[in-house]
Design a protein around this ligand. Structure first.
Ligand SMILES: Nc1ncnc2c1ncn2[C@@H]1O[C@H](COP(=O)(O)OP(=O)(O)O)[C@@H](O)[C@H]1O
Ligand SMILES: Cc1cn([C@H]2C[C@H](O)[C@@H](COP(=O)(O)OP(=O)(O)O)O2)c(=O)[nH]c1=O
Length: 249
């Protein structure tokens, strides 16, 4: 996690293989944030901008691309998404919740497609000017089990085969192992509500850590949105506990 980020907002990404429940948990988190009066936006990759929508169509439903072209389309999508959506909202002091971000490229292109973690990391940190999430929640589960959740015809990426998706799962776990401070792993096979409670617990802890690290750093009008939320969620009044705050949510 960025203990002291150069912006007053808070950046959360959800990661994991297909059907791990990312979109479901993003939606529930947004409802919880709204209920606490937090300024927050939900976004996603690929396709969080109008240029991104065109890139998404090509990369997910277009012709069969070679891994290099595929990686660079995701990079173009992310560069523009970071520049025009994520950073402005972080600068405005909002919570940004993204369904997928950098770690998807590390797992799918870096390891799944065999392009190498270092190269992919270099390209994407260059493309985003080093913008990393403050907290990443990795939903982890066996693709062979999770594929039972599929309801639509698989797209180009989903059609890559079980071995590819198993490799992607292991890749996510390996990436999380390298950066345990930022990336927290949850069991995607838990029930929706149980997972939601675990997500709230991680988010409230992260907010409280940030509130402590950056107290007083930002002017009124931007910073308080998060510090108030962190305080409310974590229930610091009696020194105790996420649990008290989570009940308020
Ligand atoms: N924890 C869960 N347990 C069982 N089914 C789930 C769970 N979370 C999501 N689902 C269902 O699985 C499918 C994929 O969920 P979704 O949130 O779209 O996943 P993703 O965004 O990771 O592809 C949906 O039909 C959704 O209702
Ligand atoms: C953001 C990103 C996604 N992807 C892949 C993962 C998914 O298969 C697809 C995006 O689909 P997505 O809309 O996230 O699908 P799902 O809801 O099923 O997870 O693109 C990459 O390969 N690299 C990336 O950098």
């Amino acid at each position: 996690m960025n203990a002291a980020a150069p912006y007053p907002g808070f950046f959360i990404s959800f990661e994991g293989g297909d059907y791990t429940g990312k979109s479901t948990q993003v939606k529930l988190l947004m409802q919880a944030l709204a209920a606490r009066g937090a300024a927050a936006i939900a976004t996603f990759e690929p396709g969080g901008t109008s240029l991104g929508q065109r890139l998404r169509r090509e990369v997910m439903h277009g012709e069969d691309l070679d891994p290099y072209t595929e990686a660079l389309l995701y990079a173009a999508d992310r560069a523009w998404h970071a520049q025009t959506i994520i950073k402005p909202h972080l600068q405005a002091g909002e919570v940004v919740v993204s369904d997928r971000y950098l770690d998807s490229s590390l797992a799918y292109q870096g390891i799944g497609r065999g392009l190498g973690l270092e190269k992919i990391e270099e390209i994407f940190l260059w493309a985003t000017r080093n913008l990393l999430p403050d907290l990443t929640i990795l939903l982890d589960g066996d693709p062979e089990v999770l594929v039972a959740r599929r309801t639509e015809t698989p797209d180009r990426m989903e059609s890559a085969g079980l071995a590819f998706h198993q490799a992607v799962r292991q890749a996510f776990l390996q990436i999380a192992e390298r950066d345990r401070q930022r990336i927290k792993i949850l069991d995607a096979t838990c029930g929706v509500e149980e997972l939601h409670q675990q997500v709230l617990s991680l988010v409230s802890t992260a907010f409280a850590t940030r509130a402590k690290a950056q107290a007083g750093q930002y002017r009124d009008g931007t910073w308080p949105q998060i510090s108030e939320l962190g305080t409310a969620v974590t229930g610091t009044a009696d020194g105790d506990s996420q649990q008290a705050g989570l009940q308020q949510l």
